[in-house]
Design a protein. Sequence first.
Length: 762
Amino acid sequence: MSRVSRRRRARFGSWGVWLLLVAGAAAPLRGFAQELEFHAPASPADANLATVMRDLSERLLPVYQEPDPDRYLANLSVLQMAAGDYGPADVSRQSLRDRRRRVDSGRPVGRGSIFDIYAHAKALEADERIPFSEAYSKAYHEVVGPLSDHDAYAVGRWLEVPPQAAQEDFQKLLDEQRPKDIIDQAEALKLLSAYLAYEAYRASASLVGPLDTEDDARRYVALNDVLIEVPNRPSISATVIRPKNPAGALPALLELGIDPSRSYAKESAAHGYAGIAARLLIGSHQVPFVPFQHDGEEALAVIAWIAKQPWSDGRVGMFGEGYSGFIPWAAATRPPAALRAIAAFGPTAPGINIPMAGNIFQNSAYRWSLQATNTKPELESSFEDDAVWRALNEKWYRSGRRYRDFGQIYGEPDGIFIRWLNHPSYDRFWQTMIPYASQFAHLDIPALTMTGYFAESEPGALYYFGEHLRANPRANHTLLIGPFDDEAMRRGPAPVLNGYELDSAALIDLRELRYQWFDHVMKAAALPPLLRDRVNYEVMGANEWQHAHSLETMGGGTLKFYLDAAAPGERNRLSRRKNPKPASVRQMVSFTDRSDAGWLPPTDLISRSLVTHNAVIFVSEPLAKPVQLSGLLSGRLDFTVNKMDVDLNIVMYELLADGEYVRLCNPADELRLSYAQDRVHRHLLKAGERQQTIFKAERMIGRQIQAGSRLVMALRIGKRPDREINYGTGDDVSEESMADGKIPLKIRWHNDSYIEIPIRTK
C-alpha cells in the first residue's frame, strides 16, 4: 500500500527485537565457553521438545557462572524454568525484581516481565494445585497490579505478542542450530530463552485480553464514540481515555485521522495525558470525505472541543503518522492558542510526497484515494490485494494510454485523482493545505519530526522541517532520522530491514521517545538526550547517534565527483578530478518497448549486483580511508537531450570490498527535471541544446563508508508501470500517451556534470 494507507495494519508487525528483549532473560553467558553435544528438534511441534530442552538446561545449570548479579539471576531463571524448576525460577525472578527496584525506583523488570508472570503462575499452579488459568490470573494481578499506569501499559504491550511470532522466532533459531551437532552455552541460553518465550506466549494468549481489560477499567476512564460537531462538516467520532483520579486537569494528546489507533489514546493516558483518538467520518453521502482539503478546519474544531472539557487544562499536543501526521500541520496553518506542540512520524505532505514525488504522480495515490473515500465495507478487501493492483499497473503500462485514463482502465474513474492530476505544480491548490511561506514564519510552537532513510514519506518530513526553519530560523523544530521505514513507529525499528541489519544504536523505542519529548514540552521534564540538537541522526555503520544544529552543518565538507565517461570495456567513473578532455555518456530509452511491464526496482537494501534497467552507472575509485556521509546529495547535471522534459531516479550505493552493494537511501530520489529548481513553476528543457540543471536530493544520507569501499551512483530514466510516464513533449504529462513517444529518448551526460556528497569533517 501507499505511504498514506488507511492504516489497516497490525499494531505491531515485526517482533524479532521484542522477543530478543523479552527474553530479558537472554543476557550473554560469561566465564565459560565449553560446547555441549546437542541435536535440535525439527520444530516447536516436535513431541520430544520439552524433554530435549529440559536436558539441555539441566546440563548447563551445574556449570553456569556469571559475575554480574543481574545477568546471573536473569540467566539462572531461564535455566530453571526450562528445567521445570518453577519454584526456584520464581524466587530468582523475584530477587531480580527486588534488585532492580532499588536501582530503578519501582520499574518492572523490563520486557522480562513476561517471564515474571509466567514463572510465578507455573509455581502457583504446582504449589496450590490449581488450573493454570487461575494461577496465571493470580500471578498477573500480583505482578501487574502494583505497577504504575505507565509500566502496566508497557507490560501489556509485551504480553500482546502473538504466539505465532514467538513460534517463528524460536523456529528460526532451531533452523540455525540443526546443521550443528554441538552448541556453545551462549547459543544455548539464547535458544532456551526463545523456547520459553514461545511456551509463555502460547500458554497465556487466551488469558491476557480479559485481564488487561479488567486492569484498564481500574486505571482509566474511557469514553467511546463521542461525537464532536464540526460546522458544515460531518461530525468527528472520538475515543477519550484518561487516568482515573488525576491530581488535576490534564494536557491532552490528540491523533486525528482516517483510522486512528485507540491504543495510542490508552498509551497517552498511561503516560499521564488525556488521550484522544478522533476519526474522520467518511460515510456521509451528504458531505463526502475529500482527502487533505478540510482536515485543518476539522482539527481546529476538535482542539476547541478538547480545550473546553472539565478534565482538560487547555493545552493540546497533536501527533500522528502518515496521513494523521499531516493533520497537525493542516491545523498549523491557523494554529489556535490551545495547540501547543506537534510530533509527527513520516507525515504526509500533500503535493510533495503524495500523490506525487518529485512532481511525478504515482499509481498508489489512485488506489489510496479510492480506499480512503470508500463507504462500502464489502469493497475493502479489494484494496488490500496487491496482485490486483500490480495487474492494473501492467495493463495500463502495456496499453500506452494516457495517465488520465488509469481509472477508466480499472473501471472506476476517480474525480479526486483527476483533480490532483490537474495540479502537477506545487500551486495554490496544494499550498493552502499546509503552512506555506509566511505561515511557517509565524509558527512558533515546538515541533518534532521523525522519519527514516528508508521511509517513502521521508521527503514530506524533510519538507516540513526545512521549510519551517527556512521561514523562521529560530523555530523550535527538532528532526530525528535513522535507518527506519514507514512502519517503524508502530512496530518498532526492524532489527533486519529488507536484508540490512540495523546498528544496535538504532533499535530505540520511538514511541517512548515521543512521550519523553511531549513531557519536556508540556510538563517541563528534561529534554531527552537523543534530541539534544535540531538534527539528530543515526550514522549507519558507525553505530552511533550524532547531532547538528541544521542540515547544512551536519557535515562540514563535501566530496565532489564528476560524472566521467568510461573507456571501452570499463565502467563509467565518479571522478574526483574533472577530465580536461570533453566526453559524455550516452543513454537511450524506448518509450514504445513495454516488454518490461513486470519490472519494478528491487527493495533489498543489500545485494550482490545492480539492476541497470534504463540506468547508467558511475563508480568511484576505492576510498583510501573511512568517510562519513551526512546530509543531502546535490549536484549539477550537464546534458543534451532530444526531449523537452525527463524524469530521473538517482540512487546511491556503497560498494563494499567484498562485492556487496548497500543502498544509502531507499526508495530512489525522484526528479522531474522541469521542476528540479522550482517545484511551483515548470521550466521546460531545451531539446537538442546543451544545458545544465542544479538539483538537491530530497532524501538524506547518514552512513560511515568503509576504507576500500567505492561509491556508486545509478542514474535511471523514469519509465515504470507504477508511475506517470513523461514522454518529453512539454505538454501536460498526464495527457501524453505512447503515441507521443515514438521517438526514443536520447540523452548525453557531459563530463562537466558532478555530484556533491556532504561529509563530516570534525
